[in-house]
Design a protein around this ligand. Structure first.
Ligand code: NOJ
Ligand code: NOJ
Length: 622
């Protein structure tokens, strides 16, 4: 983990201070394998580039902060560097938007290794990042406060957290009935869909909702301690309400997806969510959906059983019920043909250690009709009932659950090369070797947190047992959203940015492309990259069909520099799949732009209707 963090990480020379690189691999995995939709996500990244993800970084820091709290004081400089790097990253304008005035830029999933914007076509925004970052920073803030540093937290760290909580409170809400096929209508605060943690599907996602809830609850507690108000934290009960709605009677439907998809709803995000908000002291029936919750346990079994299918995962052939198997993201996964992931296989072990810890702290375990199949798998004699810690069945069950957890660790261990390198995935078929991103930081973090739990070392408790933030599910879920308040966290080192003057234009282009080809706009001004193709603006293929090969984007043109601008020049450019020359239109186009605004409105004020002029692309073989 530490080798992948700048500025001195041995594997990431050139990474900025406090920047957590997701993987030191410099060859983009996506170059090799096309993904599901035409064009989307398939891009060639220059070999010298590697990236930081807000999610991976926050999850890694959460683990480092736990280690620090558990006694490894040498980690503090890494945490301090992270605080600083995040204050700065919050202010970097990016394709999701800017910090001011509306916070939209906080939803950007990734940045370059030195903290500049990443302009490639990507699944954005991703709304789990700000919540995960807030959770990590709150944990550290609580430590500082208990060591007499309340004022420092208030002036330096709270402003970073406050932005992330504002964002969460403003954009958590997803209107299910509006999850329609036309993503173009996916704008505005009332229907804040976002991409899931795997960066593939847009809608609402269990993992995201669950972490959003935790951040708002912990944020409210911290705000109270600091004597400040938390914009957005009041949304917590409604987020909790949404969280309950993923339950389908048998398991959690992991995503409610905008548009057509081939997903059955079984997904590791429902295992990774509960371990991210594990609190050993929370009651097992807490609606936060802890690992020891009946529904979480039932869902665990459904998820794991899905991968017992040897036709899907030959690697698991011959492994009997009650023994750990190799686990991947979801059964329909096609990324690298869909393989087991280390962080998910280890995450399953962590989940079980967490469940055992929950029973132990509560002093009993309950088996109900929902969780009975889970328990029967590890102990065929299991029956419905409440078993206190001194009951023989309790003893047997916690012992067997722990042993079951160990078998998942053994699977990950078996497929770990002798040098200990944990890549992102390992092949589901022979030779079962590591594949995709090498030395994935999150994989290592998942090992460390699993090992902490196995050793009985737990993160601080966060679920309130009393008071206004105690989790209580409202009797009816309501549509709501709180307008956020955003400001650069200057005391932590953020530059004092101001709101840009923006005019949003919808660019619509007809261009027939091949699978893996992407289209960008290059042109005047910082948003279109000032004619530099490396930072051109990506179009989306989300409405692309054979009959209507549409590429489009609502582009918030930053006209701050020339506020009087009334027209903007641009061209469309095709990016090929294997690093061939770009194909750029010959003639410049012009669009008349409406007056720019600083109020953060993303309202589309003009629309183009263009058709690509010039030759089509030719796929390369890379
Ligand atoms: C990269 C994403 O990170 C990964 O989750 C996804 O599967 C691939 N792109 C393909 O879409
Ligand atoms: C792909 C994974 O799907 C996504 O969750 C992760 O954030 C990125 N890779 C970076 O590790």
């Amino acid at each position: 983990m530490l080798d992948n963090i700048g500025p001195s990480g041995a594997k990431v020379p050139g990474a900025g201070r406090g920047i957590v690189i997701a993987s030191p691999s410099k060859v983009d995995p996506d170059c090799k394998k096309p993904s599901e939709s035409p064009g989307r996500d398939l891009l060639l990244i220059t070999k010298a580039d590697f990236y930081t993800w807000t999610r991976d970084a926050a999850l890694t820091l959460k683990t480092l902060i736990d280690e620090f709290l558990l006694g490894n004081k040498a980690l503090q400089p890494y945490i301090e560097d992270y605080v600083h790097s995040q204050a700065v990253l919050q202010t970097v304008s990016n394709p999701s938007g800017t910090l001011l005035p509306s916070g939209a830029g906080l939803g950007e999933p990734k940045f370059t290794a030195n903290g500049t914007r990443f302009n490639g076509n990507w699944g954005r925004p991703q709304r789990d990042g700000p919540s995960l970052r807030a959770i990590a920073l709150i944990q550290y803030s609580n430590y500082l406060i208990s060591h007499g540093k309340r004022e420092r937290v208030k002036t330096e760290i709270w402003p970073i957290i406050a932005n992330d909580l504002s964002y969460t409170g403003q954009y958590w809400y997803v209107e299910r009935v509006e999850l329609v096929t036309f993503i173009m209508s996916d704008t505005g605060d009332r229907n804040s869909t976002g991409f899931d943690l795997w960066e593939e599907v847009s809608g609402s996602s269990f993992f995201t909702t669950q972490n959003q809830y935790r951040s708002l609850v912990e944020g409210a507690t911290l705000a109270k301690t600091l004597g400040v108000s938390c914009t957005g934290c009041g949304q917590a009960p409604q987020v909790l309400c949404l969280l309950q709605s993923y339950w389908n009677g048998k398991s959690f439907t992991a995503n409610f997806i905008t548009g057509s998809n081939n997903r059955g709803g079984v997904d590791a995000n429902t295992i990774l969510g509960p371990i991210a908000l594990f609190d050993a002291d929370a009651p097992c029936d807490s609606p936060t959906l802890q690992p020891c919750h009946s529904r979480s346990l039932a869902n665990f079994k459904v998820f794991v059983d899905t991968f017992r299918n040897a036709a899907l995962y030959p690697i698991n052939a011959g492994i009997s019920q009650g023994k750990g198997v190799a686990l991947g993201r979801y059964p329909e996964d096609t990324y690298y043909n869909g393989n087991p992931w280390y962080l998910i296989t280890l995450g399953a072990a962590e989940f079980l250690y967490d469940a055992v810890a929950g029973w132990s702290k509560n002093g009993y375990l309950t088996i109900d009709a929902t969780s009975l199949p889970f328990f029967k798998e590890i102990y065929p004699l299991a029956r419905v009932g409440k078993f206190p810690w001194y009951h023989p069945s309790y003893y047997v069950l916690q012992h067997l659950a722990r042993a079951y957890a160990d078998t998942f660790v053994a699977v990950a261990q078996k497929y770990t090369p002798t040098n200990g390198m944990l890549a992102e995935q390992f092949l589901k078929s022979a030779p079962f070797t590591p594949i995709s991103a090498a030395n994935l930081t999150w994989s290592f973090a998942s090992f460390v947190s699993m090992a902490q739990r196995r050793d009985g070392r737990f993160p601080p408790s966060w679920v309130p047992r009393t008071g206004p933030s105690k989790p209580v599910v409202p009797s009816a879920c309501a549509a709501s959203s709180a307008q956020g308040v955003y400001a650069p966290a200057t005391a932590a080192g953020a530059p004092n940015v101001t709101a840009p003057c923006v005019s949003t234009v919808r660019f619509v282009l007809n261009a027939t492309t091949y699978y893996g080809e992407n289209v960008y706009i290059t042109g005047d001004g910082p948003t279109l990259g000032n004619w530099d193709l490396a930072i051109a603006y990506p179009l989306l293929s989300s409405n692309y069909t054979a009959e209507r090969p549409m590429w489009w984007a609502d582009v918030p043109l930053d006209l701050t520099a020339g506020s009087g601008a009334t027209s903007v020049k641009y061209k469309y450019a095709r990016q090929q799949n294997c690093g061939q020359e770009w194909i750029v239109e010959a003639a410049e186009r012009t669009v008349q732009v409406p007056a720019c605004r600083t109020d953060g409105s993303a309202q589309v004020m003009a629309e183009t209707n263009d058709a690509f002029i010039g030759q089509g692309g030719t796929p390369g073989s890379c």
